[in-house]
Design a protein around this ligand. Structure first.
Ligand code: BES
Ligand code: MN
Ligand code: ZN
Length: 497
């Protein structure tokens, strides 16, 4: 898809006009009635501009058939609403769209919001093209165009063109990364091993200019990644540890460590999961996906931070070699862990990842993202991730980024009382309290034992957010959660530094 920016409405057969509900829409209606000859009161009566509402108007001018799509944005649309409105518009029509379309931001849009709108529109239009049917045999047949919409002309007032250029680039880059992350998260586990994540990182690093190091089994053994190796024991494919490092050209404002849970399939191990919904456990690398995505995007946008991404990647499988409940294992930082439940594997591999990053990189900010607990889904549902942080400024900055992007977070406590539940008789800590209460919090307390007393750490439990129900698929599918959230967090941090 190609985008152009123009200060005049191009003479296109198809025009898309986003409209905010109940705000200054008279100008839009007047214009439309002028163009089409359809009385303004009729259009007004039939189109309320609620979020995602579409009204198509047909008319002819100079003997050419033309159409206008009015796209409702609802009242006071948030950025995520605008993205979803454009995404939904393309998703519903797919191949029924014209090749070329003009989008008008000329009317009824507050100028201070225009740049953000352009970013969101471009982002949504591109995400709407996502094709989830990768493994369908009737896909990609020659002569069958996948998507007709090829050129999008964005029209906006002259003085807005310069700021909009940058926003457009950002919206496009973000979508391109998100689309590749959708593919990665939606991929089934027979097409996605730990090495697949490593290869993704290596290729991305080469293309966008950052370094990637992959520690294979032998290196993991030599360097003492005992917890990651323990979880990986029962799988046909070996675990890997992926380190991504992006450095800006200028001296970085800060060094930020990002750790993502990369379980490419979670059967639960010997503490096996029930089979209903187990297929969704192909998305148990959603945290890793967020880290891969944000490092790639930061490199594309040249954000002024030194980012260290770390991904412990493994499958959690059932096998004679699998760790058993009751087994005592080691870890990268030397603490011993009693494995009460092999399905609490995420915290085990994150333990190694967190201590590795702190010991080897000493980042000023440490953030981990993980599809960690069902308990978090029971607490917050699928509308927010659980946020745990030992620093209020960091927590508040992340909460704000969550509100701004619609990739919401809700803070939960890290009180020490919860840590007692993880005391083990035989080892330094156990990986499960044995009680169903406060599971997301005790998981976070477990991680805290492995951050080497880092004073600026946040843990995001994204179990309910990485895969979600939506209008874009009949089953749950990847959301790309975390990429826009962290991009906003970093950009705001850059503006304040
Ligand atoms: N990957 C799961 C958490 C999960 C559940 C993510 C549902 C997405 C959707 C994690 O490894 C897990 O199994 N957690 C257990 C921990 C328990 C055994 C202490 C859980 O939450 O049930
Ligand atoms: Mn599990
Ligand atoms: Zn898991």
């Amino acid at each position: 898809m190609q985008f152009t920016l123009q200060s005049q409405l191009p003479d296109s057969d198809s025009l898309l006009v986003p409209v905010v509900q109940n705000s200054g829409t008279d100008a839009v209606h007047e214009l439309i009635s002028q163009m089409t000859g359809i009385p303004a009161d009729l259009v007004k009566a039939d189109f309320k501009a609620t979020l995602k509402e579409v009204q198509t108007l047909y008319y002819s001018r100079e003997n050419q058939s033309r159409r206008i799509f009015l796209l409702g944005l609802g009242e006071k649309p948030r950025n995520s609403d605008i993205i979803n409105a454009f995404r939904s518009f393309v998703h519903k029509r797919k191949t029924n769209l014209p090749q070329e379309i003009a989008v008008s931001f000329m009317h009824g849009t507050a100028p201070e919001q225009l740049a953000a709108w352009v970013e969101c529109a471009a982002n949504g239009l591109l995400l709407g093209c996502y094709d989830i049917g990768r493994y369908k045999t009737n896909n990609n047949k020659e002569g069958v165009p996948k998507l007709l919409l090829e050129t999008v002309h964005l029209a906006l007032p002259e003085e807005q063109l310069a700021p909009a250029r940058q926003s457009l680039d950002k919206g496009v880059a973000t979508a391109q990364t998100q689309l590749r992350i959708f593919d990665l998260v939606n991929a089934p586990a027979n097409k996605k091993t730990p090495q697949t994540l490593a290869d993704w990182a290596l290729e991305s690093g080469k293309e966008f200019g950052y370094s990637v190091q992959v520690l294979q089994k032998q290196a993991l053994e030599q360097q003492g990644f005992h917890a990651l190796l323990a979880v990986g024991r029962g799988s046909e494919t070996d675990p890997v540890f992926i380190v991504l490092e992006y450095k800006p050209e200028q001296p970085p404002l800060r060094k930020i460590g990002l750790v993502g849970k990369g379980v490419t399939f979670d059967t639960g191990g010997i503490s096996i999961k029930p089979s209903s919904n187990m297929h969704y456990m192909k998305s148990d690398m959603g945290g890793a996906a967020a880290v891969l995505g944000i490092v790639e995007l930061a490199a594309r946008l040249k954000l002024p931070f030194h980012l260290v991404g770390a991904i412990p990647a493994t499958e959690n499988s059932v096998d004679a070699k699998s760790i058993r409940p009751g087994d005592v294992i080691g870890s990268y930082n030397g603490k011993t862990i009693e494995v009460i439940d092999t399905d609490a594997e995420g915290r085990l591999i994150l333990a190694d990842g967190l201590s590795y990053v702190v010991r080897n990189f000493q980042p000023e900010v440490l953030i981990d993202l993980a599809t960690l607990t069902g308990s978090c889904i029971r607490a917050l549902g699928t509308y927010a991730s659980g946020l745990f942080a030992n620093n209020d400024d960091l927590a508040n900055a992340l909460l704000q980024a969550g509100e701004a992007t619609g990739e919401r977070l809700w803070r939960l406590p890290l009180w020490d009382e919860y840590r007692k539940e993880l005391n083990s008789d035989v080892a330094d800590i156990k990986n499960f309290s044995g009680s169903p209460a406060a599971g997301a919090i005790t998981a976070a307390k477990f991680l805290e034992d492995f951050i080497e007393k880092h004073a600026n750490w946040a843990h995001l439990d994204i179990a309910g957010m990485a895969m979600a129900d939506s209008e874009f698929s009949s089953q749950k599918s990847a959301t790309g959660y975390g990429i826009r959230l962290l991009a906003e967090f970093l950009e705001k941090l850059a503006r304040q530094s």
